[in-house]
Design a protein around this ligand. Structure first.
Ligand code: PBG
Ligand code: ZN
Length: 322
């Protein structure tokens, strides 16, 4: 019987490990968390099994658990009680995110805290910016607010900000506000290639951020395009982005790989809510085996991701322990 080289090298697990091209570890992950006002709340999000909205007291318990599991980095999303047309609750000192960051940093300064910077969770109309009288998003006016939001997060103790609004010029605007206030060392991770996607459905329920009218197609990208994503990334890098995000991840692995090849920079992939919930529900219904989670996230690494923003981080922690 003849054996090819590849087959000889596949025969034994230790050898398979020796020649593996991709690795995955908890150091790659940023885990998203949703925070609400109130006390003693840990409410499961019905569209995202195993993902919860936490009040700050319960959030601290979760952060402890994450650190114990080996997950050292989180990204925070706030769900405020009060919303208005300019998203005031997004940048006030006692806003939900600002309070959460301070509470985490007081108790667990070792947890690396990234914040999502956007207006859609805080505006009553649910769009990612300030609207003009005609109901369009006013790009330049929005930039001012994104600067205020970012500064308020960093003043509360955030380690990194991640603008997800897709307005033009936001990275430069945020960079200059941070620099003017002495925060030159805080990195900006820009959602540079963010597509107008159906995969955000469960998140919008989780964050109560669905737009009350219209959609986000005027500011998020058209999923027919790839060159455009490269231009968006280029623009964000020129404006001073330190890291870039491709979002969603699974249907966009070509974008991840292309960005990795064209720009020699660290790339984060956002494995979004719809991707999470589809896989969770397929597992729950017995259609596929749970190992599909590892396969999926390893595939994102293989495609060129350095960082994985994923609701699966805790599942991966469990699987890597085995
Ligand atoms: C806010 C934001 C969204 C997500 C991250 N930040 C929603 C959106 O743009 O509608 C999606 C995350 C997910 O689906 O898991 N702009
Ligand atoms: Zn938004």
């Amino acid at each position: 019987m003849s054996f090819s080289r590849t087959r000889r090298l596949r025969k034994n697990q230790v050898v398979r490990n020796l020649i593996r091209e991709t690795s995955i570890s908890l150091d790659d992950f940023i885990y998203p968390l949703f925070i609400v006002e109130g006390e003693n709340k840990k409410e499961e999000i019905s569209s995202m099994k195993g993902v919860y909205r936490f009040s700050i007291d319960k959030l601290l318990e979760e952060v402890r658990e994450l650190l114990d599991l080996g997950i050292n980095s989180i990204i925070l999303f706030g769900i405020p009680d009060e919303k208005d047309s300019c998203g005031t609750s997004g940048f006030v000192e006692d806003g939900i995110i600002q309070k959460a960051i301070r509470a985490i940093k007081e108790k667990y300064p070792e947890m690396y805290v990234v914040t999502d910077v956007c207006m859609c969770e805080y505006t009553d109309h649910g769009h990612c910016g300030i609207l003009t009288d005609d109901g369009d998003v006013d790009n330049d006016k929005t930039l001012e607010y994104l600067g205020k939001i970012s500064l308020s997060h960093v003043e509360a103790g955030a380690d990194m900000v991640a603008p997800s609004d897709m307005m033009d010029g936001r990275v430069a605007a945020i960079r200059s506000v941070l620099d003017e206030n002495g925060y030159e060392y805080i990195p900006i991770m820009a959602y540079s290639a963010k597509y107008a996607s159906n995969y955000y459905g469960p998140f919008r329920e989780a964050a109560e951020s669905a737009p009350s009218h219209g959609d986000r197609k005027t500011y998020q990208m058209d999923y027919y395009n790839s060159d455009e994503a490269m231009r968006e990334i280029m623009a964000d890098l020129e404006e001073g982005a330190d890291l870039i995000i491709v979002k969603p991840a699974l249907a966009y692995m070509d974008i991840i790989r292309r960005a990795k090849d064209e720009f020699n920079i660290p790339i984060a992939s956002y494995n979004v809510s719809g991707e999470y919930s589809m896989i969770k529900s397929a597992i729950e219904n017995g259609l596929v085996n749970e190992d599909i989670i590892m396969e999926t996230l390893v595939s994102l690494k293989r495609a060129g991701s350095d960082i994985l923003i994923s609701y699966f981080a805790k599942d991966i922690a469990r699987m890597l322990k085995k």
